[in-house]
Design a protein around this ligand. Sequence first.
Ligand code: SF4
Length: 441
Amino acid sequence: MSARGYQLPMPWAVGRLSQRQTLLAGPAHATYTWHMSKKPRTDVPRERPAKNPSANVDLSAVVAKVEAGERLNLDDGVRLFESSDVFTVGRLANLVRERMHGRVTYWNTNRHLNPTNVCFVGCELCAYKDIPNAPGTWAYSPQEAVDVARRDYTPDVREFHIVGGLHPQWKYDVYLDILRALKEAFPKVHLKAFTMVEVDWLAKLNKKSVEDTLDELMEAGLDSCPGGGAEIFHPRARDIIAQKKMTGERWLEVARICHLKGLRTNATILYGHVETFEERVDHLIKLRELQDETQGFDCLIPLAFHPENTPFEGHMPATDGFDDLKVIAVSRLMLDNFAHIKAYWVMLTQKIAQVALHFGANDLDGTIVDERITHAAGGKAGKGMTREQLCTFISEAGRVPVERDTLYRPIDPKHRELVRTEGSWQGPAWAGADLQDGALA
Ligand code: SF4
């Protein structure tokens, strides 16, 4: 441990803790249990309930609603999932996508930074957790976070996407100091950091409200928040895949607080595990309701569950391309108040992500370079793409690549007019309205 109390990044330096440990977790003084074993669980379902779509589902009423621009309800969403008519579902999603964005497809030049992969929570769904002293764990000091960020940095990097585990030995100041150190070293790079799970935990560590904690994090350099940790909100499925994680209601509440503070966030849906079609649509409607209230979400990122190295390995097959495309498409159709649906190529693979650009997706995430979370769970899509590869990949799908910053402001001035004319989405009004402001300082 360094003089300032940070954990060193090497496996041998990560704290030595007993198998069961009581942690003072802020005002709640919660008790957490280490999950030392990754043995396959035998009490999880062996098959995904959300499968076996049928050719006999009548979509005519849903088609009429989408063509008329009407909002879809829970039954509509479930019917879309139940139907095996992926062409009709995709055509509808593409109709909405092109109404909003035309051919425009966003991407950004970003880097992922995971300050630690040590986490005491022990979500069943997660391969990206480990115990102290286990081979392969790391926990960066602020200076080490800067060093890692610098390793892959190029002057065109616009964003650091920063998420990690809840390290049981880190104090609140570690997180603040990581933000400060990164902002000082890279003042022009947008820091999109900490999921709602992390924000909630930081407030507990800080023994202050989420509101006051966000003020301090923003002061330290936080610019926006990613969308992870939402998983699936419905308690039946959530209790199986992430029993010890914050509830869906709490995730939405923390997101609401972020939005009211003026922090933009993203949202996610984790699919392809134990959730039903109804639970997927319920999740999307809860996000839509909060978006009606706050307009604080930029983007939904559907995340395909990867079972490898989780207790579901051997029980649960990975998702297939058919379902991946359906989730992208139904998300586009249900979330009429979300500007952007992302085809996260790291999880989907490049080939499915490319097709998804015609199934409702209008964003591909970014160059990334060093993705670790999905790869810990068996992701095979590669850890990064070059700017040229991303643009070619989009163009070959018949779309127009538009590099953006985190807030969806086009980087290239000639793209600003294109965004205005291609679809009904007129740019990020929350960021000062005019896309002319999109050029970064
Ligand atoms: S999903 Fe997040 S909170 Fe849960 S164990 Fe993994 S890193 Fe920890």
